[in-house]
Design a protein around this ligand. Sequence first.
Ligand code: GTP
Ligand code: MN
Ligand code: MN
Ligand code: MN
Ligand code: MN
Ligand code: MN
Length: 193
Amino acid sequence: MSEQITREDALTREGYRHACHIMLHGDSSAKLFGKIPIKHIVLMQMRFDGLLGFPGGLVNPSKETLEAGLSRELHEEVGVAVPVGVDNHVSTSLSPSCPQLITHFYIKKMTEAELKEIERAAVAAATDHGLEVLGMVRVPLYFLKNGGGLPYFLSHSFISNSRAQLLSALQRCGLLSQGELEKAVRQAEQMRR
Ligand code: GTP
Ligand code: MN
Ligand code: MN
Ligand code: MN
Ligand code: MN
Ligand code: MN
């Protein structure tokens, strides 16, 4: 796990760049194959570099607040300027992969209709679509036979510490139990061998 610091401490440090990313999620009543409840929609994206990550990006705190910068990045990457506040902030870390980068993570719960509108706008309106962002993806939170669902999803490659951000956010929001998360991580580990 990467080193955590407070949002306030981060803003006093000099010589660091800041990046803000967010997990947009919400409840859903839809059923896969008409029988497996998907329960929750959790949005990530396929990035230009082939890695999975959350929407968001670099923010310059001397020119904009972290949250206004994140909202600007969302407008570029998903085509909707989703309002984000300090109350959506959950953690700030020193990037494990990029020296002199501080990553701020946010979570926002939305309605199923709002999330579907974001998925449409990400294709129809986002200026980054097909460029820096290859597409929004939903995270499968269920378990199918032979590791299908969340274990296979976790076996893909993720940018920086976004995989750890996903796992801690799923736990924090109570979208999966501790036991389910451990099972998914264990099965994903076996696939990567
Ligand atoms: P440009 O518009 O090209 O500048 O990209 P961007 O502003 O959208 O930046 P990007 O989203 O690539 O994020 C900047 C840096 O933050 C990346 O180089 C990664 O090191 C890191 N990063 C990207 N996505 C995530 C994420 O989901 N979680 C975390 N923790 N870090 C990320
Ligand atoms: Mn089908
Ligand atoms: Mn961007
Ligand atoms: Mn980005
Ligand atoms: Mn940017
Ligand atoms: Mn850009």
